[in-house]
Ligand binder design. Sequence first.
Ligand code: PMP
Length: 388
Amino acid sequence: MEFIKEELSNLKQKNLYRQLKTMNAAQSSRTMVNDKECILLSSNNYLGLTEHPELKAAAKEAVDLWGTGSGGSRLITGNMRLHEELEETIARFKGTEAAIVFNTGYMANMGAITALVGRGDIIFSDELNHASIIDGCRLSQAKTIIYPHKDTGVLEKLLQQNRSYRRIYIITDGVFSMDGDLAPLPRLVELAEKYNAWLMVDDAHATGVMGHRGSGTAEHFGLESRIPIQIGTLSKAIGSAGGFVAGSYDLIDYLRNKARSFIYSTALPPSEIAVALAAFRVLRTNPQIRESLHLNAHYLRSGLKKIGFTILTEESPVIPVLIGDASKAVQMAQQLLSLGVFAPGIRPPTVPPGMSRLRVAVMATHTRDDLDKALAAFSQAGKETGVM
Ligand code: PMP
Protein backbone atom coordinates (compact mmCIF):
# COMPACT_ATOMS: atom_id res chain seq x y z
CA MET A 1 0.00 0.00 0.00
CA GLU A 2 3.06 2.29 -0.18
CA PHE A 3 1.81 3.80 -3.43
CA ILE A 4 -1.19 5.29 -1.63
CA LYS A 5 0.99 7.19 0.86
CA GLU A 6 3.31 8.28 -1.94
CA GLU A 7 0.48 9.55 -4.08
CA LEU A 8 -1.09 11.43 -1.15
CA SER A 9 2.18 13.17 -0.29
CA ASN A 10 2.69 13.90 -3.98
CA LEU A 11 -0.70 15.64 -4.05
CA LYS A 12 0.16 17.60 -0.90
CA GLN A 13 3.49 18.75 -2.35
CA LYS A 14 1.78 19.98 -5.50
CA ASN A 15 -0.90 21.78 -3.47
CA LEU A 16 -3.50 19.53 -5.05
CA TYR A 17 -4.55 17.62 -1.93
CA ARG A 18 -8.27 17.88 -1.28
CA GLN A 19 -10.03 17.97 2.06
CA LEU A 20 -13.69 17.93 2.90
CA LYS A 21 -15.30 20.94 4.51
CA THR A 22 -18.15 20.21 6.87
CA MET A 23 -21.39 22.08 6.39
CA ASN A 24 -23.12 22.32 9.72
CA ALA A 25 -26.37 23.81 8.53
CA ALA A 26 -28.72 23.79 5.56
CA GLN A 27 -27.54 24.80 2.10
CA SER A 28 -28.81 28.39 2.52
CA SER A 29 -27.40 31.73 1.39
CA ARG A 30 -25.95 31.95 4.91
CA THR A 31 -24.74 28.72 6.43
CA MET A 32 -22.24 27.17 8.84
CA VAL A 33 -18.93 25.88 7.43
CA ASN A 34 -16.65 24.13 9.91
CA ASP A 35 -18.67 25.81 12.70
CA LYS A 36 -18.17 29.29 11.25
CA GLU A 37 -21.11 31.35 10.01
CA CYS A 38 -20.57 32.12 6.34
CA ILE A 39 -22.18 33.61 3.30
CA LEU A 40 -22.41 30.61 0.99
CA LEU A 41 -21.10 31.74 -2.37
CA SER A 42 -20.49 28.50 -4.22
CA SER A 43 -23.58 26.34 -4.01
CA ASN A 44 -25.32 24.84 -7.02
CA ASN A 45 -28.56 25.39 -5.11
CA TYR A 46 -28.94 28.37 -7.42
CA LEU A 47 -32.57 29.16 -6.64
CA GLY A 48 -32.27 28.44 -2.93
CA LEU A 49 -35.06 25.88 -3.31
CA THR A 50 -33.59 23.38 -0.81
CA GLU A 51 -35.01 25.67 1.88
CA HIS A 52 -38.34 26.39 0.17
CA PRO A 53 -41.34 25.57 2.39
CA GLU A 54 -43.25 23.86 -0.47
CA LEU A 55 -40.34 21.51 -1.17
CA LYS A 56 -39.88 20.68 2.50
CA ALA A 57 -43.59 20.04 2.93
CA ALA A 58 -43.59 17.81 -0.17
CA ALA A 59 -40.77 15.69 1.27
CA LYS A 60 -42.55 15.22 4.58
CA GLU A 61 -45.86 14.40 2.94
CA ALA A 62 -44.23 11.89 0.59
CA VAL A 63 -42.59 10.08 3.50
CA ASP A 64 -45.97 9.82 5.23
CA LEU A 65 -47.73 8.57 2.11
CA TRP A 66 -45.07 6.49 0.38
CA GLY A 67 -42.52 5.65 3.09
CA THR A 68 -38.78 6.23 2.84
CA GLY A 69 -36.88 4.03 0.39
CA SER A 70 -38.15 2.81 -2.97
CA GLY A 71 -37.17 -0.81 -2.35
CA GLY A 72 -36.16 -1.80 -5.85
CA SER A 73 -34.98 -0.74 -9.27
CA ARG A 74 -37.53 0.91 -11.54
CA LEU A 75 -37.97 -2.18 -13.71
CA ILE A 76 -38.57 -4.51 -10.76
CA THR A 77 -40.53 -3.07 -7.81
CA GLY A 78 -39.28 0.52 -7.37
CA ASN A 79 -41.44 2.27 -9.98
CA MET A 80 -43.99 4.38 -8.13
CA ARG A 81 -46.65 6.58 -9.66
CA LEU A 82 -44.56 9.54 -8.45
CA HIS A 83 -41.61 8.59 -10.67
CA GLU A 84 -43.87 8.53 -13.72
CA GLU A 85 -45.47 11.84 -12.77
CA LEU A 86 -42.02 13.41 -12.49
CA GLU A 87 -40.99 12.11 -15.91
CA GLU A 88 -44.16 13.52 -17.47
CA THR A 89 -43.47 16.85 -15.75
CA ILE A 90 -39.88 16.96 -16.99
CA ALA A 91 -40.97 16.20 -20.56
CA ARG A 92 -43.48 19.08 -20.44
CA PHE A 93 -40.83 21.36 -18.90
CA LYS A 94 -38.30 20.50 -21.61
CA GLY A 95 -40.87 20.43 -24.44
CA THR A 96 -40.01 16.85 -25.40
CA GLU A 97 -42.17 13.77 -25.93
CA ALA A 98 -40.77 11.91 -22.93
CA ALA A 99 -38.16 11.84 -20.17
CA ILE A 100 -36.46 9.27 -17.97
CA VAL A 101 -35.15 9.89 -14.44
CA PHE A 102 -31.82 8.50 -13.24
CA ASN A 103 -30.49 8.55 -9.69
CA THR A 104 -27.91 11.27 -10.39
CA GLY A 105 -26.88 13.49 -13.27
CA TYR A 106 -23.65 11.50 -13.34
CA MET A 107 -25.60 8.31 -13.92
CA ALA A 108 -27.77 9.97 -16.56
CA ASN A 109 -24.70 10.90 -18.62
CA MET A 110 -22.97 7.57 -18.11
CA GLY A 111 -26.13 5.58 -18.76
CA ALA A 112 -27.22 7.49 -21.86
CA ILE A 113 -23.80 7.58 -23.51
CA THR A 114 -22.99 3.92 -22.93
CA ALA A 115 -26.45 2.83 -24.10
CA LEU A 116 -26.40 4.91 -27.27
CA VAL A 117 -22.78 4.81 -28.34
CA GLY A 118 -20.54 1.84 -29.01
CA ARG A 119 -17.67 0.45 -31.07
CA GLY A 120 -17.79 1.75 -34.63
CA ASP A 121 -19.20 5.11 -33.51
CA ILE A 122 -17.42 8.41 -32.98
CA ILE A 123 -17.95 11.06 -30.31
CA PHE A 124 -16.85 14.68 -30.52
CA SER A 125 -16.61 16.00 -26.97
CA ASP A 126 -15.84 19.57 -25.82
CA GLU A 127 -12.57 19.67 -23.86
CA LEU A 128 -14.31 21.20 -20.82
CA ASN A 129 -17.12 18.68 -20.60
CA HIS A 130 -18.00 17.30 -17.19
CA ALA A 131 -16.27 14.20 -15.81
CA SER A 132 -19.45 12.13 -16.14
CA ILE A 133 -19.44 12.76 -19.90
CA ILE A 134 -15.74 11.91 -20.10
CA ASP A 135 -16.32 8.68 -18.19
CA GLY A 136 -19.31 7.81 -20.36
CA CYS A 137 -17.20 8.34 -23.49
CA ARG A 138 -14.41 6.13 -22.11
CA LEU A 139 -16.78 3.35 -21.16
CA SER A 140 -18.61 3.49 -24.49
CA GLN A 141 -15.53 2.18 -26.35
CA ALA A 142 -16.29 4.52 -29.24
CA LYS A 143 -13.56 6.62 -30.79
CA THR A 144 -13.63 9.91 -28.89
CA ILE A 145 -12.16 13.13 -30.22
CA ILE A 146 -11.85 16.03 -27.79
CA TYR A 147 -12.31 19.36 -29.59
CA PRO A 148 -10.94 22.66 -28.24
CA HIS A 149 -13.42 24.42 -25.98
CA LYS A 150 -16.36 25.75 -28.03
CA ASP A 151 -14.25 25.80 -31.20
CA THR A 152 -16.84 25.04 -33.84
CA GLY A 153 -14.35 25.78 -36.64
CA VAL A 154 -12.08 22.95 -35.53
CA LEU A 155 -15.12 20.78 -34.84
CA GLU A 156 -16.37 21.21 -38.40
CA LYS A 157 -12.98 20.18 -39.82
CA LEU A 158 -13.00 17.10 -37.59
CA LEU A 159 -16.53 16.25 -38.69
CA GLN A 160 -15.43 16.53 -42.34
CA GLN A 161 -12.45 14.24 -41.73
CA ASN A 162 -14.40 11.55 -39.87
CA ARG A 163 -17.48 10.71 -41.91
CA SER A 164 -17.17 6.96 -42.20
CA TYR A 165 -18.35 6.01 -38.72
CA ARG A 166 -21.57 4.13 -38.01
CA ARG A 167 -23.02 6.94 -35.87
CA ILE A 168 -21.66 10.38 -35.00
CA TYR A 169 -22.30 12.17 -31.69
CA ILE A 170 -21.48 15.71 -30.55
CA ILE A 171 -21.60 16.03 -26.76
CA THR A 172 -21.37 19.26 -24.81
CA ASP A 173 -22.25 20.83 -21.49
CA GLY A 174 -24.92 23.53 -21.90
CA VAL A 175 -23.42 25.74 -19.18
CA PHE A 176 -19.83 24.73 -18.42
CA SER A 177 -19.59 23.97 -14.73
CA MET A 178 -16.25 25.60 -13.90
CA ASP A 179 -16.29 28.40 -16.49
CA GLY A 180 -19.96 29.36 -16.43
CA ASP A 181 -20.01 30.00 -20.18
CA LEU A 182 -22.58 28.67 -22.65
CA ALA A 183 -22.02 26.14 -25.40
CA PRO A 184 -22.40 27.64 -28.89
CA LEU A 185 -25.62 25.68 -29.41
CA PRO A 186 -26.94 27.44 -32.53
CA ARG A 187 -23.76 26.50 -34.45
CA LEU A 188 -23.57 23.03 -32.87
CA VAL A 189 -27.14 22.35 -33.98
CA GLU A 190 -26.28 23.44 -37.56
CA LEU A 191 -23.20 21.23 -37.61
CA ALA A 192 -25.06 18.25 -36.17
CA GLU A 193 -27.77 18.62 -38.82
CA LYS A 194 -25.26 19.14 -41.64
CA TYR A 195 -23.08 16.15 -40.71
CA ASN A 196 -25.90 13.86 -39.60
CA ALA A 197 -24.68 13.76 -36.02
CA TRP A 198 -26.65 13.33 -32.80
CA LEU A 199 -26.31 16.34 -30.50
CA MET A 200 -26.36 15.67 -26.76
CA VAL A 201 -26.43 18.60 -24.31
CA ASP A 202 -25.85 18.30 -20.57
CA ASP A 203 -27.82 21.09 -18.93
CA ALA A 204 -26.92 20.28 -15.33
CA HIS A 205 -26.20 23.95 -14.54
CA ALA A 206 -28.86 25.38 -16.84
CA THR A 207 -31.90 23.46 -15.62
CA GLY A 208 -34.10 25.87 -13.67
CA VAL A 209 -31.65 28.66 -14.48
CA MET A 210 -31.41 29.49 -18.21
CA GLY A 211 -34.22 30.25 -20.65
CA HIS A 212 -37.50 32.09 -20.32
CA ARG A 213 -39.09 29.35 -18.16
CA GLY A 214 -35.80 28.07 -16.79
CA SER A 215 -35.99 25.03 -19.03
CA GLY A 216 -32.34 25.29 -20.04
CA THR A 217 -29.97 26.34 -22.78
CA ALA A 218 -32.14 24.93 -25.58
CA GLU A 219 -34.89 27.31 -24.50
CA HIS A 220 -32.37 30.14 -24.03
CA PHE A 221 -31.35 29.81 -27.69
CA GLY A 222 -34.84 28.91 -29.01
CA LEU A 223 -33.64 25.46 -30.12
CA GLU A 224 -36.00 23.23 -28.12
CA SER A 225 -37.01 21.00 -31.02
CA ARG A 226 -33.51 20.63 -32.49
CA ILE A 227 -31.54 18.99 -29.68
CA PRO A 228 -32.44 15.30 -29.66
CA ILE A 229 -30.73 14.26 -26.40
CA GLN A 230 -31.11 16.63 -23.45
CA ILE A 231 -29.61 15.76 -20.10
CA GLY A 232 -30.25 17.50 -16.81
CA THR A 233 -29.91 17.15 -13.10
CA LEU A 234 -32.40 17.54 -10.28
CA SER A 235 -29.65 18.10 -7.71
CA LYS A 236 -28.71 21.70 -8.42
CA ALA A 237 -31.31 24.44 -9.06
CA ILE A 238 -34.14 21.92 -8.63
CA GLY A 239 -33.05 21.36 -5.02
CA SER A 240 -33.48 17.58 -4.90
CA ALA A 241 -31.37 14.70 -6.24
CA GLY A 242 -31.37 12.76 -9.49
CA GLY A 243 -30.74 13.31 -13.17
CA PHE A 244 -32.74 12.92 -16.36
CA VAL A 245 -32.68 12.50 -20.10
CA ALA A 246 -35.41 14.16 -22.17
CA GLY A 247 -36.14 13.39 -25.82
CA SER A 248 -38.38 11.39 -28.13
CA TYR A 249 -40.60 8.48 -27.00
CA ASP A 250 -38.33 6.02 -28.78
CA LEU A 251 -35.14 7.42 -27.25
CA ILE A 252 -36.57 7.22 -23.75
CA ASP A 253 -38.06 3.77 -24.30
CA TYR A 254 -34.67 2.61 -25.58
CA LEU A 255 -32.85 4.04 -22.54
CA ARG A 256 -35.35 2.35 -20.22
CA ASN A 257 -34.32 -0.92 -21.82
CA LYS A 258 -30.60 -0.33 -22.34
CA ALA A 259 -29.13 2.19 -19.89
CA ARG A 260 -27.37 0.10 -17.27
CA SER A 261 -27.19 2.85 -14.64
CA PHE A 262 -31.00 3.07 -14.89
CA ILE A 263 -31.66 -0.66 -14.94
CA TYR A 264 -29.33 -1.82 -12.17
CA SER A 265 -29.79 0.81 -9.47
CA THR A 266 -32.53 1.20 -6.87
CA ALA A 267 -35.04 3.90 -7.82
CA LEU A 268 -34.83 7.28 -6.10
CA PRO A 269 -36.76 7.46 -2.83
CA PRO A 270 -40.27 8.96 -3.06
CA SER A 271 -39.35 12.01 -0.98
CA GLU A 272 -36.73 13.13 -3.52
CA ILE A 273 -39.18 12.67 -6.36
CA ALA A 274 -41.89 14.61 -4.53
CA VAL A 275 -39.38 17.41 -3.84
CA ALA A 276 -38.49 17.64 -7.53
CA LEU A 277 -42.18 17.73 -8.47
CA ALA A 278 -42.73 20.56 -5.98
CA ALA A 279 -39.71 22.42 -7.39
CA PHE A 280 -41.14 22.32 -10.92
CA ARG A 281 -44.44 23.71 -9.53
CA VAL A 282 -42.54 26.51 -7.77
CA LEU A 283 -40.61 27.29 -10.97
CA ARG A 284 -43.87 27.63 -12.89
CA THR A 285 -45.63 29.80 -10.31
CA ASN A 286 -42.71 31.94 -9.07
CA PRO A 287 -40.68 33.16 -12.05
CA GLN A 288 -39.40 36.02 -9.88
CA ILE A 289 -37.10 33.58 -8.06
CA ARG A 290 -35.14 33.04 -11.27
CA GLU A 291 -35.15 36.78 -11.96
CA SER A 292 -33.60 37.41 -8.52
CA LEU A 293 -30.87 34.90 -9.33
CA HIS A 294 -29.87 36.72 -12.51
CA LEU A 295 -30.08 40.16 -10.86
CA ASN A 296 -27.84 38.92 -8.03
CA ALA A 297 -25.35 37.46 -10.51
CA HIS A 298 -25.19 40.76 -12.36
CA TYR A 299 -24.72 42.72 -9.12
CA LEU A 300 -21.94 40.50 -7.79
CA ARG A 301 -20.10 40.32 -11.12
CA SER A 302 -20.14 44.10 -11.51
CA GLY A 303 -18.90 44.53 -7.93
CA LEU A 304 -16.04 42.06 -8.35
CA LYS A 305 -14.93 43.71 -11.57
CA LYS A 306 -15.04 47.14 -9.93
CA ILE A 307 -12.72 45.87 -7.19
CA GLY A 308 -10.32 44.67 -9.90
CA PHE A 309 -10.87 40.92 -10.19
CA THR A 310 -10.81 39.16 -13.55
CA ILE A 311 -14.07 37.36 -14.27
CA LEU A 312 -13.54 34.70 -16.91
CA THR A 313 -17.08 34.66 -18.33
CA GLU A 314 -20.33 36.52 -17.77
CA GLU A 315 -23.08 34.34 -19.16
CA SER A 316 -24.61 32.52 -16.19
CA PRO A 317 -24.81 32.64 -12.38
CA VAL A 318 -21.51 30.72 -12.25
CA ILE A 319 -18.87 33.44 -11.82
CA PRO A 320 -15.30 32.18 -12.29
CA VAL A 321 -12.89 34.56 -10.56
CA LEU A 322 -9.46 33.96 -12.05
CA ILE A 323 -6.58 33.66 -9.58
CA GLY A 324 -4.08 31.68 -11.70
CA ASP A 325 -1.70 29.95 -9.32
CA ALA A 326 -3.13 26.95 -7.41
CA SER A 327 -1.60 27.85 -4.04
CA LYS A 328 -2.78 31.47 -4.34
CA ALA A 329 -6.29 30.23 -5.05
CA VAL A 330 -6.16 28.12 -1.88
CA GLN A 331 -4.85 31.07 0.17
CA MET A 332 -7.53 33.35 -1.19
CA ALA A 333 -10.27 30.82 -0.41
CA GLN A 334 -8.92 30.36 3.13
CA GLN A 335 -8.75 34.07 3.71
CA LEU A 336 -12.31 34.51 2.45
CA LEU A 337 -13.47 31.74 4.75
CA SER A 338 -11.86 33.46 7.72
CA LEU A 339 -13.79 36.59 6.70
CA GLY A 340 -17.05 34.63 6.56
CA VAL A 341 -17.38 33.90 2.82
CA PHE A 342 -17.33 30.38 1.44
CA ALA A 343 -16.05 30.36 -2.15
CA PRO A 344 -13.75 27.39 -2.67
CA GLY A 345 -10.65 27.41 -4.85
CA ILE A 346 -10.79 25.18 -7.93
CA ARG A 347 -7.44 23.76 -8.96
CA PRO A 348 -5.97 21.30 -11.45
CA PRO A 349 -6.93 18.67 -12.49
CA THR A 350 -10.44 20.15 -12.39
CA VAL A 351 -9.16 23.19 -14.33
CA PRO A 352 -5.98 23.58 -16.45
CA PRO A 353 -2.69 24.54 -14.74
CA GLY A 354 -2.36 28.31 -14.29
CA MET A 355 -6.14 28.71 -14.45
CA SER A 356 -6.96 28.11 -10.78
CA ARG A 357 -9.90 30.13 -9.68
CA LEU A 358 -12.60 30.73 -7.17
CA ARG A 359 -15.84 29.32 -8.44
CA VAL A 360 -18.34 31.83 -7.18
CA ALA A 361 -22.01 31.03 -7.57
CA VAL A 362 -24.79 33.30 -6.43
CA MET A 363 -28.19 32.22 -5.23
CA ALA A 364 -31.59 33.83 -5.76
CA THR A 365 -31.90 34.07 -1.96
CA HIS A 366 -28.79 36.20 -1.34
CA THR A 367 -29.74 39.64 -0.09
CA ARG A 368 -27.98 42.83 -1.18
CA ASP A 369 -26.48 42.91 2.29
CA ASP A 370 -25.01 39.40 1.78
CA LEU A 371 -23.52 40.44 -1.55
CA ASP A 372 -22.10 43.72 -0.23
CA LYS A 373 -20.46 41.89 2.68
CA ALA A 374 -19.04 39.33 0.28
CA LEU A 375 -17.61 42.07 -1.94
CA ALA A 376 -15.94 43.73 1.06
CA ALA A 377 -14.41 40.37 2.01
CA PHE A 378 -13.13 39.83 -1.53
CA SER A 379 -11.50 43.24 -1.53
CA GLN A 380 -9.79 42.65 1.83
CA ALA A 381 -8.70 39.05 1.04
CA GLY A 382 -7.42 40.10 -2.39
CA LYS A 383 -5.13 42.69 -0.81
CA GLU A 384 -4.04 40.50 2.08
CA THR A 385 -3.06 37.58 -0.14
CA GLY A 386 -1.40 39.77 -2.75
CA VAL A 387 -3.76 38.50 -5.45
CA MET A 388 -4.59 42.08 -6.34
N1 PMP B 1 -22.99 17.37 -15.46
C1 PMP B 1 -22.42 18.50 -15.03
C2 PMP B 1 -22.04 19.54 -16.05
C3 PMP B 1 -22.19 18.70 -13.67
O1 PMP B 1 -21.60 19.82 -13.24
C4 PMP B 1 -22.57 17.70 -12.75
C5 PMP B 1 -22.39 17.86 -11.25
N2 PMP B 1 -21.28 18.51 -10.83
C6 PMP B 1 -23.16 16.55 -13.24
C7 PMP B 1 -23.36 16.41 -14.60
C8 PMP B 1 -23.55 15.44 -12.33
O2 PMP B 1 -24.79 15.72 -11.74
P1 PMP B 1 -25.13 15.08 -10.33
O3 PMP B 1 -24.45 15.91 -9.30
O4 PMP B 1 -26.63 15.16 -10.26
O5 PMP B 1 -24.63 13.70 -10.35
